[in-house]
Design a protein around this ligand. Structure first.
Ligand code: ATP
Ligand code: MG
Length: 407
């Protein structure tokens, strides 16, 4: 059953909050990504509200409000199943170690725009009229496809190195040019990403590689020399990214992009870089396993598919990571890719991963003594099943007996 709460869109939820603030004499705008995205014709995923109301006042007006960064004046307000960030206008004090501002001061809309990273992210929208409050000509940059730091580019980039990665992500995603002074500041001062945690680096890279613009993001990172601090390896300009390109025009799990990028950078040696990437991007165990699986399967396809028999091919083709590995193979060897696709048809027709006819209990039932050779017997019977030499329980049992006596 759909409740009334769920029918409120994020935009309506944010609008309700902003209107309520205004009714109580405050200024309240939509801010940041949601304004930018709407102007670009993209449906924003989340809405942020910026206001002159202080956190204690926000708490008073919205009982659901909880502080998420109260020292920075950021509150989370729940409405209609959505959690909307409501932040008090502020200006940031000096930055420490390229990490956090030492202090923040509550201020007005203009100072709040001035602390934001890029002009296109510093536009406010009056939600009731749709009018823009645009202190740094973000609209013009947006229309011209330009990503420009707010204020003095070198100092803005120096105070927070994460902005360099955000610049790459936005420029890639929206196909924007990074304005010259901003680009120079990135190149000059943030080559080490000093002060940015591995979590945040990993987060930014995942978002870049998940998005269809992943190839452009990789090229930008490499051209700025940011690939070195991101991947914790030497900088490398791989120029073209044919393997990333093969991932196509849709969102994908980030790990597909990591695998593709590694092959673009290191070719057949991609496997050797998995451990370093795990540490560099703080991959989860699951992501690490998948990455290893994709790369080793791609390698097996390249090196062994032709010589593999039916059972080995079926075992490989049944892996979760096989479709991605096959796609990546296509970028490097389209002839072999097409050959594998052809080979797959008859393999699929007879079943890539049928349920095994026998398990360990069956072996005991037919009188075999449990032991270390159980696994090799079961593997051999399963291979025979995959190859069609074993077609029912009777032939399976016969083979198992024969293998057991052969020892
Ligand atoms: P998206 O959510 O699509 O990544 P966004 O612009 O909404 O894009 P958020 O990380 O949600 O990005 O941040 C919201 C806003 O906060 C930004 O638009 C920007 O104005 C400001 N902001 C975020 N991170 C920084 C930063 N490191 N330095 C300065 N301003 C920032
Ligand atoms: Mg956002």
């Amino acid at each position: 059953m759909s409740s009334k709460r769920e029918q409120v869109s994020p935009r309506e939820a944010a609008l309700w909050i902003a209107e309520r603030l205004c009714e109580h004499g405050h200024v309240a705008y939509f801010a940041g990504g949601c304004v930018r995205d709407r102007l670009l014709g993209i449906e924003p995923s989340d809405f942020d509200v910026a206001t002159d109301a202080r956190p204690d006042r926000i708490q008073e007006l919205f009982h659901s409000a909880v502080g998420v960064g109260e020292s920075f004046g950021v509150m989370l307000v729940r409405r209609g199943g959505h959690a909307i960030e409501v932040a008090t206008f502020r200006s940031d004090g000096p930055y420490q170690d390229g990490r956090h501002p030492v202090s923040v001061t509550f201020s007005d809309a203009r100072s709040d725009a001035a602390r934001r990273d890029f002009t296109v992210n510093a536009i406010f929208e009056d939600p009731s009229t749709g009018e823009l409050v645009d202190h740094f000509n973000g609209r013009e940059d947006l229309d011209n496809g330009i990503l420009r730091a707010v204020g003095d580019a070198p100092s803005r980039m120096a105070e927070d190195h994460l902005r360099a990665l955000r610049a790459v992500r936005f420029a890639a995603r929206f196909s924007f040019e990074i304005e010259a002074a901003t680009a120079e500041a990135i190149r000059d001062s943030v080559g080490d990403l000093d002060g940015v945690s591995r979590e945040r680096i990993g987060g930014e890279i995942r978002r870049m590689l998940a998005h269809p613009s992943r190839g452009r993001a990789a090229a930008l990172l490499e051209s700025f020399g940011l690939d070195a601090p991101v991947l914790l390896e030497s900088s490398l300009d791989s120029a073209a990214h044919p393997v990333l390109a093969v991932l196509g025009e849709r969102e994908r799990p980030p790990i597909d992009g990591v695998a593709a990028w590694l092959i673009d950078r290191h070719g057949s040696e991609a496997n050797d870089h998995v451990e370093a990437i795990r540490d560099a991007l703080l991959l989860s165990n699951q992501e690490h396993r998948t990455l290893e699986g994709v790369l080793s399967t791609e390698q097996a396809l390249r090196e062994d598919w032709i010589s593999f028999g039916v059972a080995a091919r079926k075992r490989l083709a049944a892996l979760d990571v096989f479709p991605v590995a096959l796609e990546l193979l296509g970028a490097r060897d389209s002839g072999l890719h097409d050959r594998v696709v052809e080979d797959l048809e008859p393999l699929r027709a007879t079943g890539l991963a049928p349920d095994p006819m026998l398990d360990g209990n069956d072996l005991i039932t037919i009188g075999l003594k449990p032991g270390p050779d159980f696994k090799s017997i079961l593997d051999a019977v399963y291979d025979a099943q995959l190859e069609g030499r074993v077609v029912d329980r009777k032939t399976a049992v016969e083979l198992a007996r024969e293998l057991a006596t052969r020892g």
